[in-house]
Design a protein around this ligand. Structure first.
Ligand code: GAP
Length: 482
């Protein structure tokens, strides 16, 4: 399936089967804002929980979690550099009045060119962005005759910077001193709590603080479904290290995060690392883990060596010491003493992870035989992440079969998410479960009454097997634990 078609098919499927809906759809939706439906929310929760357990429970490093508020003191964003630097170069088309992020406009055009010409154009763009050369970017757009998709003209304004933070007022009087921001990243909630956690948890460096939560960005060109949203969720971890060891920890987290991705059942060749050409104001090294989305390889996760920029800056603005006392001895037998730790950050979008999982799982299969036409859409989620693990399906609504089915439900629902359904033919019920990605269906039939066995049907192979009803819970549990 062509890539653009695949994305469209996933968007339609996500809506039809209760994964993702456009926000406030009855009012025609709100640009780049989405709601998760009944199965999307389960998938999201499973990914979030898995990431959380991997970071804070299964990790060989000492990592604890926090849950900071979305609203933070406005000076936080001055100190972090977001007030002054969190902006993208934009350009407006004078005829359509449509605004574009310059890099997206040029990237979109580069995709229409033969590969070598597209690559050369992107290299020029990277160089100009790295040098903050806005006049050069405008000339590049004009020389390549890049048109606005709406007006079809090349009538462009100058390139300007636009801040991406949403602001609002706190309290009843609207003046500038009451302006606060919706956080554009969760990381700052971790930095401002660094000493609270370190002291209350008696944490010894190196250690990490993890957080999952909403972030907000006024993305000008928001596209790609849940790839680029104005309200989204991040899963971030800041790892505090001794100055001078950051390079080694940066390499460590690159490797560890890629190893996490390998546990999602996605082939290695669908990922790649991409080193940043232009480093953010806080970083001394940075790369992305990119995934091959239906729109091509794009950023999924960022790994950044953030130096001591954030803690230094919060110390300066708050006038509160951000130092850590390290009693360990160096090679000369002297305590390392007081210092401001360096930070390695891993930051992954939860919504982007869901788009990756849905893209990877989505499969349209032609099951036609000589006798009849048939097809199915199946979402091949790994059992650990699947929204529903087990569907319990009595063959008919009578003869005591629902009662036996509900016994199995009672046993299994204590341990994992189950779904009970008695309507429609078994074939139709299987197809609905395939479309949601349920790895196991169990059918209770008349033979169950005789010998307490059931038919278990495996989603991916569609094979069916007769097993004792008492074995079902273990079969499912083992698959979830893999
Ligand atoms: N604290 C560092 C930070 O926020 P980032 O590269 O701007 O770095 C990290 O964002 C991750 O958050 C990205 O790799 C992406 O997965 C996700 N993300 C960023 N902007 C997003 C948006 N508008 N919609 C959905 N996810 C987004």
């Amino acid at each position: 399936m062509a890539n653009e078609n695949k994305l469209q098919a996933i968007i339609a499927h996500a809506k039809e089967y209760g994964f993702v809906f456009p926000s406030s759809e009855i009012y025609d939706g709100l640009g780049a804002v989405y709601d998760y439906g009944q199965w999307g929310v389960e998938l999201k929760r499973n990914v979030r929980d898995y990431w959380w357990r991997w970071m804070t429970q299964m990790n060989e490093q000492n990592i604890v979690g926090i849950d900071a508020a979305i609203f933070m003191h406005p000076t936080t964003w001055k100190a972090s550099g977001h007030v002054d630097n969190f902006s993208d170069p934009m350009i407006d088309n004078k005829d359509s009045k449509k605004r574009y992020r310059v890099d997206h406009l040029i990237e979109g055009f580069a995709e229409t060119l033969p590969k070598d010409q597209g690559d050369a154009l992107l290299a020029d763009m990277d160089r100009l962005i790295a040098g903050d050369d806005f006049a050069g970017l405008k000339t590049l757009i004009e020389n390549n005759k890049i048109k606005c998709a709406v007006s079809g003209t090349c009538n462009w304004t100058d390139v300007r910077q636009f801040n991406l933070m949403f602001s609002t007022e706190v309290g009843s009087v609207a003046d500038e001193s009451n302006t606060i921001y919706l956080r554009p990243e969760t990381a700052q909630g971790i930095f401002v709590n660094f000493l609270n956690v370190q002291k209350s948890g008696r944490m010894k460096i190196p250690f990490g603080i993890a957080q999952v939560g909403k972030a907000f960005r006024n993305e000008i060109v928001a596209r790609g479904f849940i790839f680029r949203m104005r309200e989204f969720e991040q899963m971030e971890m800041q790892f505090f290290v001794r100055p001078g060891t950051q390079q080694q920890w940066y390499e460590y987290w690159k490797e560890k995060r890629m190893a996490w991705h390998m546990t999602l059942g996605i082939p290695a060749e669908r990922y790649r690392f991409h080193d940043h050409v232009k480093l953010a104001h806080y970083a001394d090294a940075a790369c992305d883990i990119e995934y091959d989305f239906p729109m091509g390889f794009k950023e999924l996760e960022g790994i950044h060596s953030r130096t001591d920029f954030d803690l230094q800056s919060h110390q300066e603005y708050s006038k509160k010491k951000m130092q850590y006392f390290d009693a360990d001895l160096d090679e000369n037998g002297k305590a390392y003493g007081n210092y401001i730790p360096y930070v390695i950050e891993t930051s992954i979008g939860l919504d982007r992870t869901l788009l990756m999982l849905m893209s990877e799982a989505y499969e349209e299969q032609d099951l036609s035989t000589a006798e009849k036409q048939d097809s199915r859409v199946v979402m091949k989620f790994i059992p650990k992440l699947a929204p529903i693990k087990l569907a319990v399906l009595p063959l008919t609504k009578k003869d005591g079969l629902p009662e036996i089915a509900s016994e199995l439900m009672q046993e299994c629902k204590q341990h994992f998410k189950c779904f009970y359904e008695e309507k429609d033919t078994i074939g139709k019920r299987y197809r609905r479960m395939d479309a949601i990605g349920t790895p196991f269906c169990v059918t209770i039939d008349h033979q169950t009454k005789e010998d307490q066995t059931v038919t278990i049907r495996y989603r991916d192979s569609m094979e069916q097997e007769r097993v004792p009803m008492s074995a079902v819970r273990n079969i499912v549990q083992q698959a979830i634990n893999e």
